[in-house]
Design a protein around this ligand. Structure first.
Ligand code: BTN
Length: 254
């Protein structure tokens, strides 16, 4: 795969976002970690992209496999653009921005597994990790996106569950499309219409699932996603409860 260049990413961005600062690295530990450091010195918003991560981070302390040249590993750092984004909606907004970018550039329909994973052919191809940071009372958010483009040699423990987009669209074009889609959504913070797409693309609704909280496995049926992004489930005792992101993980029952 071709080397990434920031000039090419900017070329694909629409006029209004061409001035966005893009920090491009061959190798970093984690683009989220680098973004958190840069927030102390750099003006927001900016983007950090790496060709390779040696310690890519996932949710709940997990790692994100990030080999060289075969994926997109990027973090978008935001302050008040145009107002500080509503943390509750950042992950759903990003999931819609990524699935829209894939759809418009490749025609491939991907699914969203609440709350932060993107799936293709029953395999996870993308994860999102939104984090926040406060420096001298200035609050900012870092939205990390890891998308497997052509990764095929996964470690044994990921082989059954991880996949790739397998598209020959240049990584720069997909990166630019994701940035554009996300900033466009965040430009109108009161407009939550993207939640309709988030819900329509959900691969959980109607399915029997396990949800894990504090290492305890619970059975339920996923029935809806509410306007705040919560997953509404029916328990075996016929109770309706709403799960919110945080420390919860979901597995679809086979
Ligand atoms: C997950 O699957 O739980 C989230 C994975 C998020 C991975 C991306 S890759 C770019 C950014 N930098 C990181 O260290 N993590 C995110």
């Amino acid at each position: 795969m071709q080397l990434l260049t920031s000039a090419k990413i900017t070329e694909f961005l629409p006029e209004e976002y061409k001035s966005l600062k893009i920090h491009l690295f061959d190798e970093v530990d984690s683009t989220n970690v680098v973004a958190k450091k840069l927030i102390k010195t750099d003006a927001l918003p900016f983007v950090v992209i790496a060709d390779h991560q040696t310690a890519g981070k996932g949710r709940l302390g997990r790692s994100f496999f990030s080999p060289p040249a075969t994926g997109i590993y990027m973090s978008i750092a935001l302050g008040d653009f145009p107002s500080l984004p509503d943390a509750l909606f950042l992950t759903p907004a990003t999931a819609v921005a990524v699935t829209d970018a894939i759809l418009s550039l490749t025609g491939i329909k991907t699914g969203i597994k609440w709350v932060n994973d993107i799936y293709l052919n029953n395999k996870k191809i993308c994860g999102i990790l939104a984090e926040s940071q406060s420096v001298d009372n200035n609050f900012s958010v870092i939205i990390g996106i890891g998308l497997n483009m052509t990764t095929c040699r996964f470690p044994t423990e990921l082989r059954e569950i991880a996949g790739s987009l397998n598209s020959n669209i240049p990584r720069e074009q997909i990166i630019a499309e994701i940035i554009k889609n996300l900033l466009n959504i965040l430009k109108t913070p009161d407009d939550k219409s993207f939640m309709k797409k988030y819900k329509n693309r959900s691969i959980l609704l109607g399915k029997e699932i396990y949800y894990f909280r504090d290492n305890i496995r619970n059975s339920a049926t996923a029935i809806d996603i509410d306007d705040s992004g919560g997953l509404i489930v029916r328990t075996p005792a016929n109770e309706i409860i709403t799960l919110s992101g945080g420390e919860i993980t979901i597995r679809i029952k086979n």
